[in-house]
Design a protein around this ligand. Sequence first.
Ligand code: PEP
Length: 266
Amino acid sequence: MMPDIRHKFIVGNWKMYTTAAEARRLARAVVQGMGIEDRVSVTVCPPFPYLAAVGEILKGSRIALGAQNLYPEREGAFTGEVSTTMLLDLGCRYVILGHSERRHKLGESDTFINKKVQAALTAGLDVILCVGETLGQRNANLTNAVLDRQLIQGLAGVSSDTLMHLSIAYEPVWAIGTHGRHASPEQAEEAHTAIRRRFGQMFGEKSAQTLVIHYGGSVKPGNAAAVLCRQGVDGALIGSASLNADQFLAIVRAGIVDPQTEGNSA
Ligand code: PEP
C-alpha cells in the first residue's frame, strides 16, 4: 500500500553512485537519523549491487527499500537485467520506473516503460512512475501534452485494483541534477494539478484524490519546505541530496506533517 495520504513520501534515488562501503555508511546514517519518526514515509533506492547490503541495514527501521529499474520479465535469457522476482527476493517494496535519465540517455520508450509498470504491479511491487518535460517542450508550451502522453501510454492497461500501489513523480527534465535550477513551487503545483486532472480522467476522481504525486528536480534542504507545502505536492524524489545523509534527513524533516496542525492550515 502507498503511505497514508497525509504523510509526505520522500524517496532517495542514489543513481549510479556510492561504493559498497559508502552505501552501507549512508544507509546507517539515514536509519539513525530517522529513528522512530513516523510522520513521514521514506524510501531509499540504492544501485542494484548494494540492494542486499542496504536492505539488511534497513531491516527493523521505518525506511523502505526501492530499486531504480527492472526488466519486465520474471526470468529468462536477458543478460545483465534484473527481474521483479529478484527485487522482491531482496526485500524491495518500491521501484522507480520511467526516470528521465533512462528515457533520454538510454532511449526508453513509453511502451517499454508501460511493460515495466505492468510487470511490477502484477508482481506486487509499488511503482514510482516518473514523468516530466524537457526545457524545449516547456518553452514550446508542450508540458501538459507531454505529461498526458507519458501518463496515458505509461499506464495503459493498468488495473484500477492496483492504483494504491502506484505513485507519480513529476520531474521536469530541466531541473534534474542541476545546481540551483528547480521548478518554482508554483510550477510544481501547476504540473501536479494537471497530472491529477489527467489521472482522474483515466481512473476516476476518487483515485485521483488519493494519488501520491512527488516533485523531483534539485530538491535541497533550502527549497524542500517551500515545494512540499504546496497543494497537491505529496512528496519528493531526491537525487543528489539523497547521497548526503544530513541533507537528505533535512529534506525528510521538511516533509513532516504534524496531524495536530495540519487540519488548522486548510
Ligand atoms: C532524480 O534523479 O530523480 C532527481 C530529482 O535528481 P536531483 O535531485 O539531483 O535533481
